[in-house]
Design a protein around this ligand. Structure first.
Ligand code: SF4
Length: 336
């Protein structure tokens, strides 16, 4: 039976700058450009996008998925169709939060009356390159692209994403090394007044960490206090994933696994951890609690951001946390 080519007329593809765009955005944009489409990525989150997303969502949705709806809304009229892929859980321990399975249907239903076209593909297991290729090749067929061109485009897209991720991992490794060199120099100087550098690991889903509207205030506050900010999602995903099994054999969510694995890999090289969650995140409500209880010896600040209060008050909490870490570096409450 011939494949339908009902998406062949889609020339301009809109991509919401939200959720898994922060994980697979390079792959997605490279792929569409590789099959000759123009890509429009929504603007960075601002209050208007966040408010619109809140208005379009039911209260029970997490802040991140509400913001996503605002991004989709901002693309109406700017593209021929919005790309909303589904990432269902094909296998235990490499799955995503259920939001990523349902998001395509949620968007189609929410924007039904506005006749928004949605194109999609279903990636059942991101750990299996064959599955990723299959999903994008099937979508390309519906867009009227020949199998040969689709294969070439997805190959280039996967390579581009890999190169992008590796550059991030390398940059963070260099930053970490510079931090450790600095620490050694200060220790060697023997100057009791010299301040040791502080390395803080920010642990959050990438669409929280790297969305300045959602957690920029936290990152800015840490940097203003002179801390070096490191990111759990900028640690080699594969190594972090494998390491996470030392923490839990049964945890189902891939990104939470990678975040926890990153903590285990970096714990001895950092001074503190800042956990950031979007209210009411199901996976984080479980994993953050486990992290707080099981990660011993490294101070942790747990922050929750929600649609009402946003990041109000976080500066004060971050400042207190950094003050405590510096006090600890100087010997803390215990004096000889
Ligand atoms: S993992 Fe949490 S923050 Fe992310 S989409 Fe799911 S519920 Fe929302």
């Amino acid at each position: 039976m011939p494949q339908p080519t009902d998406w062949a007329d889609v020339k301009v593809v809109g991509i919401p700058r939200s959720l898994l765009y922060f994980r697979f955005g390079v792959l997605w944009t490279t792929f569409f450009e590789g099959i000759g489409r123009e890509v429009v990525v929504s603007d960075a989150t601002d209050k208007a996008i966040a408010d619109r997303g809140e208005h379009l969502s039911v209260d029970e949705c997490c802040l991140a998925s509400k913001v996503y709806m605002g991004h989709v809304d901002s693309l109406v009229g700017r593209c021929d169709a919005v790309f909303v892929p589904a990432y269902p859980t094909g296998e235990p321990r490499t799955g995503f939060c259920t939001k990523f399975q349902s998001v395509t249907d949620v968007v189609r239903n929410t924007f039904r009356d506005r006749h928004l076209r949605v194109i999609s593909c279903e990636v059942r297991n991101v750990h299996k390159p064959k599955e990723v290729r299959r999903a994008f090749e099937e979508m390309a067929a519906r867009m009227g692209v020949s199998p040969r061109d689709a294969r070439r485009a997805i190959k280039a897209a996967m390579e581009a994403q890999r190169a992008h991720d590796e550059a991030l991992f390398d940059a963070q490794n260099r930053l970490l090394k510079a931090l450790e060199d600095h620490r050694r120099q200060v220790e060697k100087s023997g100057n009791p007044n010299a301040e040791l550098p502080l390395g803080i690991l920010v642990v959050a889903h990438p669409y929280i960490t790297h969305d300045a509207y959602l957690s920029g205030a936290v990152i800015d506050a840490l940097e203003d206090m002179g801390a070096t900010v490191l990111y759990a999602d900028a640690v080699d995903h594969e190594k972090a994933y494998k390491k996470s099994f030392e923490f839990s054999d049964t945890m189902p969510w891939l990104i939470n696994r990678e975040l926890i694995g990153a903590i285990l890999l970096l714990q001895d090289r950092i001074d503190g951890i800042v956990l950031i969650s979007a209210f009411p995140c199901g996976p984080d409500s479980m994993t953050d609690d486990a992290i707080m209880r099981c990660i011993q010896g490294t101070p942790i600040l747990n922050l929750m951001i929600d649609a009402q209060s946003g990041t109000a008050g976080v500066e004060t909490r971050v400042e207190s946390f950094v003050d405590i870490l510096r006090f600890q570096q100087k010997g803390g409450y215990v004096h000889g």
